[in-house]
Write a protein that binds this ligand. Structure first.
Ligand SMILES: [Mg+2]
Length: 230
């Protein structure tokens, strides 16, 4: 299948533009647990269970608290706290930079994290000045992927035609609305890092590698794009 008709390239950020082995998202994950435990005055284990149940039921942990009207979790404080992490493991990805610059059309970041977090990560990866815009969780009015409403808002904001768009994601469920709207979909199959794999994380690991029948299922974004465009 040719991608020659694609005019808009839409990328998730975390675990898509860099692999989970970098231990970036796992830091966010752990900070979510401690924020919840501290603010709800519960154990880390209880906090982790709520965190993951919210994630399953509402798209993100934060959305679960917002939907249930829990005022002990302040959305902006939560987002600031969980994204305050160490990005030193991220290296410049100049191969990715090169191929992204060759892609015809506009490129966007569409993330359930904050725009500020995305800017920090893109800077470390040397992927600045490539993307037209970053659509983060605040731009989405705190309604995360995979809510269809948020995809519609994203498309409307930038006047994007989904029929000439392609979306890259490491989570299959976030591609389902994209497909419904007529986008091409690419699922990055990511391995969970072995380190820090507690029993609990083991229990929930299927969430990350959920089976979704994407147009393309790949394990290397640079290789995939290079095959299309060089
Ligand atoms: Mg992701």
């Amino acid at each position: 299948m040719s991608l020659s008709l694609i005019k808009t390239w839409i990328f998730d950020l975390d675990n898509t533009l860099y692999p989970p082995e970098e231990n970036i998202f796992s830091q966010i994950d752990q900070k979510m647990t401690s924020f919840i435990a501290d603010n709800l005055e519960i154990s880390n284990e209880e906090a982790f269970n709520i965190q993951k149940q919210n994630f399953i039921d509402h798209g993100t942990t934060l959305a679960g608290f917002m939907n249930s009207g829990n005022d002990k979790i302040d959305p902006d404080k939560f987002l600031e706290y969980v994204h305050d992490i160490n990005l030193n493991s991220l290296q410049e990805d100049n191969d990715l930079r090169k191929i992204l610059l060759l892609l015809p059309g506009k490129k966007y970041i569409f993330t359930n994290g904050t725009k500020k977090h995305a800017e920090n990560v893109l800077k470390k990866l040397n992927l600045e000045n490539i993307f037209q815009s970053i659509f983060g969780i605040k731009e989405a009015n705190y309604l995360p992927k995979p809510n269809l409403e948020t995809y519609n808002l994203f498309l409307k904001t930038y006047k994007i035609d989904p029929k000439t768009s392609i979306m890259f994601e490491d989570m299959g469920r976030n591609l389902i609305p994209a497909k419904e709207l007529g986008m091409k979909t690419v699922l990055l199959e990511r391995k969970l890092p072995n380190k820090n794999n507690s029993d609990q994380e083991e229990k929930y690991k299927d969430l990350w590698n959920d089976n979704y029948d994407a147009d393309y299922i790949i394990d290397d974004i640079v290789k995939f794009l290079n095959n299309q465009y060089s």
